[in-house]
Design a protein around this ligand. Structure first.
Ligand code: COA
Ligand code: AMP
Length: 628
């Protein structure tokens, strides 16, 4: 009999340490936690400060030892390459242990960083797990980023090695990663000792003598390496995400807290048990991919689908349902933008009707708020199976709010992200740092400490962590999201309070885009704002003021700015529009009024701030946006 969300949440609130001590029982520790939480370490404390474990052992070895060796660990399905493969737990363990051996033989040790730049291929997961096996810290860089972004991450993480694929495959287009890696290493002040390259047929790339080696040959030739014991507080990975400045933030993930949170979430949130198949249609380059393509499914002894394709166009809008049917997927987890893409092409679900979805029990969504229309459409299409929007951040590593299959579901309210997961005391705060009344909008914040699984800090940047997340509201972690909590405790996440925009479930820093636009020879100043987009939620748009005397052709300038962003940030920025404006709205002291621009772009009502020097500017920009 399910306890219900309220009972589970209350159980956590009554005695958080007892709650997490019990959850820690799902993990095989080499030295179990005697102490659960130490409030004196790090910016807000550390979980399981005296415990030791190895995450790869928990994800692979222990399942093989328990007789799960022949169970499929990964189904790889790649419509873009026309390939499919499956790896059992025993096979995945063998490859992982060998790659760990290859890395170790080349000098990679516990604590060393390894940058991974790969698309959705099984070797990406093998690389991540091999690092975890050695206690090395991986940092996966999403394939849609350009050389300069990869270089910035290499410069910050200072890796001993880079593991990359020679290319990625986008529908109808090969993306050669190897030249991007070479260019990035040309830009980075830091050089790795060596690179291992997965040479794919579509574009195998050229190996640089003395630095690059063939990844598969290295795995084949290596002896398996055993798991290296690490402290629960040792880092497992760094994942860079957009901050409000151009410099990406290196979100740090610990090992023990993360393992406990993920293992706990599998039955509680997703209702998954060992032997079940789950599919997270995201990318290993994002946090959702780290947690629910790789670590959580394997920690739980599930089979995870790794999909290299799109929701539409590979070959059609039935692809998701085909994959669910083919592998007997029990829970599908994706971003609302993917559903909107399917809805646009197959609104009646004709393609879905061609597949046997009898095993599919629930659909989970995250990455951006799911609009009520899309949530209701999906529910209808899936014959009333639960469609669960849950609220996430790269920083938290697992959901902040959601709905809990293992506790008994409460009714969803389309447009809301559900109710807080155990471990999270979520409050909507006013500017004075005090909770606002139910139903009123405020800054969404989490009372400290954050639960296990959440970032304990930023990589080598405790002060930046404190300043970015802890200073705004003492005693709380500031999520950067605004929203409200209704009288029944449902959390509604409505918008960001900073200059981050969300494009197709990806987080983009408008500051980083502005830095790129400002480097164009004709641009005196600029602002980038997110404008509504029916498919991607928001897309960025640049407003640029020309240098005096510059008179470029507007269409030519736009094309140059679009190419510049693609070249410096990457195609994932989906930057396609830039318009010339005469002036940008500023305060008398010269600060660009971004909040007003945001409201203008969203078509929300705004009051002309008293500090603005000329209200007519807003009318001019309103006209430009209306045309966009
Ligand atoms: N490597 C290289 N390029 C990539 C890439 C990768 N791994 N991923 C995306 N790109 C490119 C795309 O080819 C596209 O290039 P284009 O401008 O030449 O068309 C650009 O980056 C934008 O990509 P994307 O946002 O994927 O848009 P799309 O138009 O190709 O597809 C959707 C639209 C909705 C189908 C797609 O955005 C989608 O599936 N989104 C799901 C998002 C998601 O999983 N988010 C994770 C959070 S849970
Ligand atoms: P990222 O760190 O890239 O996962 O982006 C995190 C941000 O995406 C959050 O701070 C929110 O702004 C947004 N987000 C993610 N999931 C949701 C959701 N379910 N509902 C509303 N916003 C979401």
């Amino acid at each position: 009999m399910s306890k219900g969300h309220a009972a589970v949440h209350a159980e956590w609130q009554r005695d958080p340490e007892r709650y997490w001590a019990r959850a820690a029982g799902a993990i095989d520790w080499s030295s179990p936690p005697a102490r659960i939480f130490d409030p004196d370490q790090g910016p807000y404390g550390r979980w399981f400060p005296d415990a030791r474990l190895n995450l790869c052992h928990n994800a692979l070895d222990r399942h093989v030892a328990a007789g799960r060796g022949d169970q499929v660990a990964l189904y790889w399905d790649s419509p873009v390459s026309g390939q499919k493969a499956r790896l059992t737990y025993a096979e995945l363990l063998d490859r992982t242990a060998r790659l760990a051996g290859a890395l170790n033989a080349r000098g990679v040790r516990k604590g060393d960083r390894v940058v991974i730049y790969m698309p959705m291929v099984p070797e990406a997961l093998v690389a991540m797990l091999a690092c975890a096996r050695l206690g090395a810290v991986h940092s996966v860089v999403f394939g849609g980023f350009a050389a300069a972004e990869l270089a910035a991450r290499i410069a910050d993480a200072t890796p001993k090695a880079v593991i990359a694929a020679s290319c990625g495959l986008e529908p109808g287009r090969v993306v050669p990663y190897k030249p991007l890696l070479d260019a990035a290493l040309g830009l980075s002040p830091h050089q790795p000792d060596f690179c291992l390259i997965l040479r794919r047929e579509a574009s195998p790339g050229a190996l640089v003598d003395g630095r690059d080696e063939d990844l598969l040959e290295a795995i084949e030739a290596a002896a398996p390496h055993p798991c290296v014991d690490v402290a629960a507080t040792d880092p497992l990975y760094i994942l860079y995400t957009s901050g409000t400045t151009g410099k990406p933030k290196g979100i740090l993930r610990d090992t023990g807290g993360y393992a406990v949170a993920l293992a706990h979430s599998m039955p509680l949130l997703y209702g998954l048990a060992p032997g079940d198949t789950c599919w997270t249609a995201s990318d290993v380059g994002w946090v959702v991919g780290h947690s629910y393509i790789v670590y959580a499914p394997l920690l739980a002894g599930c089979s995870s689908v790794v999909y290299e394709g799109k929701p539409v166009g590979t070959p059609d809008a039935g692809a998701f349902w085909r994959v669910c049917a083919e592998y007997g997927v029990k829970t599908l987890f994706t971003a609302p933008t993917a559903l909107r893409a399917i809805k646009k092409e197959d609104p009646e679900g004709r393609l879905l009707a061609q597949h046997d979805l009898s095993k599919l029990q629930a659909l989970f969504l995250a990455g951006e708020r799911c609009d009520a229309d899309t949530a209701l459409w999906a529910e209808r299409l899936l014959d009333g199976r639960p469609v669960i929007d849950h609220w996430w951040q790269t920083e938290t590593g697992w959901c902040i709010t959601g709905n809990f299959r293992g506790a008994g579901l409460f009714p969803m309210r389309p447009g809301s992200g559900g109710k807080p997961a155990p471990g999270y005391d979520v409050q909507a705060l006013g500017d004075d740092g005090k909770p606002v009344a139910a139903g009123e909008t405020g800054s969404l914040a989490i009372r400290l400490p954050l639960p296990p699984g959440c970032a304990p800090s930023l990589f080598r940047a405790d002060d930046r962590f404190r300043q970015a997340y802890l200073e705004a509201f003492p005693g709380y972690y500031n999520t950067g999201d605004a929203g409200m909590i209704d009288a029944e405790g449902y959390v509604w996440v409505m918008s960001r309070t900073d200059d981050i925009i969300n494009t197709a479930g990806h987080r983009l820093s408008t500051g980083a885009l502005e830095e790129v636009l400002a480097s164009h020879k004709d641009v005196a100043e600029c602002a980038v704002i997110g404008i509504r987009d029916a498919l991607k939620g928001q897309v960025p748009m640049g407003l640029v003021v020309l240098k005096s005397g510059s008179q470029p052709d507007p269409a030519q300038l736009e094309a140059e700015l679009v190419a510049l962003v693609r070249d410096r940030i990457g195609p994932v920025a989906a930057f396609k529009r830039a318009s010339i404006v005469q002036r940008l709205p500023k305060t008398r002291s010269g600060k660009i009024l971004r909040a007003t621009l945001r409201k203008l772009a969203d078509g929300e009502s705004y009051t002309v701030p008293p500090t603005i020097d000329d209200p007519l500017i807003l009318e001019e920009i309103g006209d430009v946006l209306a045309k966009a």
